[in-house]
Design a protein around this ligand. Structure first.
Ligand code: GAR
Length: 226
């Protein structure tokens, strides 16, 4: 049985698209039951509709509190019987009740090497700081923003004077590779968490070809198809 997902977006949804594409290619064993956006103009909604995926818009400013907003999102997810929640550029902090409802069944992607540069502008903050290596992180979501156990990270060189936008574009290419892979590991039940540490059970597939990605380091290594 494919893992049934709810994907939450706030913007362009290119990471959502990467998941859709890998599902279509038959390498990601998942089904997206619902895409939720907290902004009515999120392009991710159009990507979902183009692919026949049900959508729901829940605008946070329509709700008196964070808890009320989260309960509405939770209701929608439960109505669509999603087993796991994927935060694909979802720029809202979720309340502890929501997080607990999907304990170790909710993944987030962040465009920096956590624990460095959490928050809404990871790539820009890293570029402004002048780091020489940055990247992206997929992690389980816990009650603290950009904090839960790390599943996979990918690193790329950052160049002096390179603006946040240029760095963000190179990081995004890697996001599209590591996020579907992390979701596949979740679908396969291969992610074993012990406190903060996530152990991946042994690979069933050979390593992926990363030759199109330029200089990068990905750990754990991507598997064939990703
Ligand atoms: C991605 O770079 C994602 O890592 C980031 O938002 C972008 C969404 O792009 N998420 C965060 O910054 C979360 N803290 P997308 O809508 O094209 O997938």
């Amino acid at each position: 049985m494919p893992l049934s997902l709810a994907v939450l977006v706030s913007g362009g949804g290119s990471n959502l698209q990467a998941l859709i594409d890998r599902i279509e290619q038959g390498v990601l064993d998942a089904e997206i039951k619902l895409v939720v956006a907290n902004k009515p103009d999120a392009y991710g909604l159009i990507r979902a509709r183009k692919n026949g995926i049900p959508t729901k818009v829940v605008v946070h400013s329509d709700f008196p509190s964070r808890g009320d907003f989260d309960r509405e999102v939770l209701r929608a997810i439960e109505a669509h019987q999603a087993e796991a929640v994927i935060l694909a550029g979802f720029m809202r902090i979720l309340s502890p009740g929501f997080v607990q409802a999907f304990h170790r069944r909710m993944l987030n992607i962040h465009p920096a090497l956590l624990p460095s540069f959490p928050g809404a502008h990871g790539q820009r903050d890293a570029a402004d700081y002048g780091v020489r290596i940055s990247g992206c992180t997929v992690h389980f979501v816990d009650e603290i923003m950009d904090h839960g156990p790390v599943v996979i990270q990918a690193a790329v060189p950052a160049e002096p004077g390179e603006g946040g936008d240029a760095l963000a574009a190179r990081i995004l290419k890697l996001e599209h590779r590591i996020f579907p892979q992390a979701v596949q590991w979740l679908a396969e039940g291969r992610l074993i968490t012990e406190d903060r540490h996530v152990r991946l059970t042994p690979a069933k597939r050979p390593p992926a070809d990363l030759s199109d990605l330029g200089v990068c380091l990905v750990n754990p290594p991507l598997e064939q198809g990703f």
